[in-house]
Write a protein that binds this ligand. Sequence first.
Ligand SMILES: [Zn+2]
Length: 298
Amino acid sequence: MHSAKEDSFIVEGKLALPYQYFAGRTGSRFLVTLRDDKKIMGLRCEKCNKVFVPPRATCERCFSDLSDNWVELKNTGIVTGFTIVRYEEPHQPIKPPYILALIKLDGADTPITHIVKGVPLSKMKVGLKVKAVFAKKSTSTIMDIDHFRFDERPKFELGYSYDELEIGMSASFTKTISETDVYLFAGISGDFNPMHLNEEFAKMTPFGTRIAHGALPQSLMAPVLGMKLPGLGTVALEITVRYTAPTYFGDTITATAEVVEKLEKRRWVRMALTWTNQRGENVGEGSALVMPPTPMPG
Ligand SMILES: [Zn+2]
């Protein structure tokens, strides 16, 4: 007798199984309102003072019939939990990786599950405020909400922290120095020296014409350090400068700062500073010691 085991073999196959089901009176009303009115509806238990979304016909706590206590919810909510989907399956609504979150809509007491976009995977956290984005094309399913989007931008973006700064990183700012700038700077500093303001006097100086105050091109380093590198939140502790050439009216000055040293102990950074004009000449050089921004808790 031959063994059945030796003769048997397995054929891999696949069956497609189209199916339909009745969403129920409650589920139907929810999906139709979502599709036709772009409104997210929930059912409220008066007794328990709870709003259920997705809606349910019976209160899960007191078993009251809720079927007519419809309430409209806002399309904003808060993330109460989430997972990052990384595996790929044919039934998934979008390509992984994506964020699948529990979202408690404002006015609801139970969360719904949906996709969250608009936030990097690494920055995803519980407590984010999100808003429903409705699909352009209806499928008469919960996917009539295409996704929830995090779109609350922080008011200010802090610059590079000590840990993010690397030796060799640089940034610059460029501006053309006009006569108006020099005049305004004279007012700001109180330095009305005629070598900056009076052409006839300036002709008698070694420069032969008016030049800008040295501190004027120097001041162009402030937007570099304070707004670019390290950026917002930086505290300048020390700035040194050596003037190597004059700045004439109409000169276009580029102020550049480069990270040259990280002082591990105090978490400060030393930066090399250079000022050049449109002819590529150095008009100044120096160094800065800065305290990079530290994010405040909260
Ligand atoms: Zn109840």
